[in-house]
Design a protein around this ligand. Sequence first.
Ligand code: COI
Length: 360
Amino acid sequence: MWEDLEVTLEKLADDKSKEKPSQDKLGFGQHFTDHMFLMKWNRENGWHDAKICPYGDFTLDPAAVVFHYGQAIFEGMKAYKGDGGQVYLFRPEDNFERMNSSAIRMCMPRIPVDQVLKSLKALLYLEKNWIPESEGASLYIRPTMIGTEPFLGVRPSAEYYFYIILSPVGAYYSEGFNPTKIYVSDEHVRAVKGGVGNVKTAGNYAASLYTSELAKKEGYTQVLWLDACEHKYIEEVGTSNIFFMIGDELVTPPLEGSILGGITRNSVLKLAESWGVKTVEREIAIDEVLAATEDGSLKEAFGTGTAAVISPVGELFYKDKAYSINNGETGELSRRLFDELQDIQGGRREDPFNWVVRVG
Ligand code: COI
């Protein structure tokens, strides 16, 4: 059935095209392009009615499962325009494979990766004029799946929408590439092993909002989550994974079920190793990091994610005390990772790991 997926094109009339936002005021996730990809699933037909169509509203039954029980998963990826207008994707199969892992855990249907990637490339080709060319900007891609069956019993939906929308974006944080200040929560937790912390499901983000708002009120950009059992070990920053350069080791928490297996996280590990940096995936206690800020062995810290790319951390706030990292400045390794990743993604630098996929 997957092999037969036919994708139709409903093109918006040229004079209906939206005005494009100014490239220096993009922000994150505020503007959307003219077209999207949409397909539907039911038991009888599998994935069907696949189309590239004008960006627009859905009409869903108020009883749709997604509204009540949150059966929703998503991905975040980016398209870049390189020199000469060539469009590139970064490790898109990995995102779609991760989406299929999320789908299995959330009792949702898997997507046909090859066909969806082909459709995404066609959508990007159609929308290539929306891909910003200014430094640090890109076209953010948001593949999403939701349970649409109108049914109030608690069981997996029998119907789904999968869609991809596109948004021209600049930096995720208003700080840009300047270091962020992070609030370490010792009260609330994000996820527990055996739960869905390693799944890119909407509820994880909804559950983080309350603590994020508390952190913002105190002047902090994001929350650093600790493990749910002991409130001792570092997990992730919710929108990104986290790395610490302690002594001569680049350390990050291991993937043991409660944090997301970031594609940028994996790319950073591979890049750093290729430069001869010693990388270690291991449990890191918050006390170890704070002690390392005080004895000077913590050289730098940064978050990694598709939206955030590399996001240096300049301060941690824990139990009423602020701990400065690298005097609140961007570290050397963060800068090098940011520059090299962006150059690989934009096709300006050799791609030794074959991460980049050309569109068109
Ligand atoms: C991403 O980095 O793409 C994410 O999905 C994080 C966030 C914006 C929800």
